[in-house]
Structure formats: structure tokens, C-alpha cells
Write a protein that binds this ligand. Structure first.
Ligand code: PRP
Length: 189
């Protein structure tokens, strides 16, 4: 692989190349186009920040009209353990939610807590329908029982970065998804 970023040197190996990601986004866009062809108001809801790159590519490949919006959430951690509590940092502020078929867009599902919480939250707030879409799914890390509606691909429990995914806010701009060298996250801790 040609060097595309100074961050390439921190990558142990490429898990998904640009071309492989492109195929995944094309397939999901076609499924969404088909499934929402008759919907009146489709809302792609990106969860900041990781979903931004995936959602940007996905929306450009879709041919049906969609609106976009964003939320930002965080999960509390104490030490290395996640408490499971989700905190909304940026809320959705729409009066027309009851008319919206919401598709929540994520870069990755890990424990499942974020999407599980958001689906309940959006339904409680009256969304017309709510489905979930993630580029990556790590089912081996699940803590709550949650199955997304649209999945790009399942991945093993590796520390992945790039294409929106970060380590300490770095690597999000890499155009591919790579496995980070362990010395990067062990030396910085
Ligand atoms: C990541 C990812 C999801 C969440 C998934 O976000 O984008 O939102 O974690 O984890 P879960 O299934 O265990 O809830 P993160 O909190 O790293 O924030 P970021 O998107 O800003 O990087």
C-alpha cells in the first residue's frame, strides 16, 4: 500500500481497504434506497464523531431524498469499566420527528449500549420509525442484546482506527480501516 498519511506507520495491518469500504457502502446505500423508496421523510442521523466519514459516503451513494442530522453522546466510564450510562451531549432538535423515518448511522457497535439507548430514546420522542445502520459490528463485545438492521461487516475484537474511528482523537482521517499497533496504545497510557 502506498503511504497516504504519516499515520500509516502506526498501523499493524489494513483490515478494510478503501475499495472494500466502497463496496460495503455501495451495498448498504442500495438496500436503504430499496427499503425506504416509499418513505416520506427519511432522516439519516449520524452519531458524532465516528460516523461522519461513513455517513458522508453513504448519503452520496443514496438516490432517494434524505435529510441529515446529528447527535453526540458519550458513555460514562469509571476506571476501565463502562457504567453503561449514556449522556446526550448534542440532542436532536426537530419538531417533525413524528414524521421521520430515522436511520441511525454508526461507524461501529461494540457493547451495543449506545444504539440500544438511542433507539429507545428516539422512539420515546415519537419518531415515526427507527432503524440502525453500522459500518462495523463487533458482536463478540456485546454487553446488551442488540442487533442492528444494516451492517457493513462483522469484525474481530481488534483495535481499529481510520475512516472516522479514532484513538485519542487521532487517525480519523485515514481513508481505510486499520488495526493499530499495540505499542501505540500501550505506550501512551
Ligand atoms: C463509538 C462509536 C459508537 C460507540 C459504540 O463512539 O462511534 O458511538 O462508541 O460503542 P458501544 O456499542 O459500546 O456503545 P465513541 O464513544 O468512541 O465516540 P466517537 O464516535 O466520537 O469516537
Amino acid at each position: 500500500m502506498a503511504l497516504s498519511s504519516v499515520w500509516d506507520r502506526d498501523i499493524e495491518r489494513v483490515l478494510l481497504s478503501r475499495v472494500e469500504i466502497d463496496h460495503l457502502t455501495t451495498r448498504i446505500a442500495a438496500l436503504l434506497d430499496r427499503d425506504y423508496a416509499k418513505a416520506e421523510r427519511v432522516l439519516l442521523l449520524g452519531i458524532l464523531k465516528g460516523s461522519v466519514v461513513f455517513m458522508g459516503d453513504l448519503m452520496k451513494k443514496m438516490t432517494i431524498p434524505v435529510e441529515i442530522d446529528f447527535m453526540k453522546v458519550s458513555s460514562y466510564t469509571s476506571g476501565t469499566e463502562s457504567s453503561g450510562r449514556i449522556n446526550i451531549l448534542l440532542d436532536l432538535n426537530r419538531r417533525d420527528l413524528s414524521m421521520c423515518d430515522v436511520i441511525v448511522i454508526e461507524d461501529i457497535i461494540d457493547s451495543g449500549r449506545t444504539l440500544s439507548y438511542l433507539v429507545d430514546y428516539l422512539k420515546l420522542n415519537g419518531a415515526h420509525s427507527v432503524r440502525t445502520c453500522t459500518l462495523l459490528d463487533k458482536p463478540s463485545r456485546r454487553v446488551v442484546d442488540f442487533t442492528p438492521d444494516y451492517v457493513g461487516t462483522l469484525i474481530p475484537d481488534e483495535f481499529v482506527v481510520g475512516y472516522g474511528l479514532d484513538y485519542a482523537e487521532q487517525y480519523r482521517t485515514l481513508p481505510y480501516i486499520g488495526i493499530l499497533k499495540p505499542e501505540i496504545y500501550t505506550k501512551k497510557k
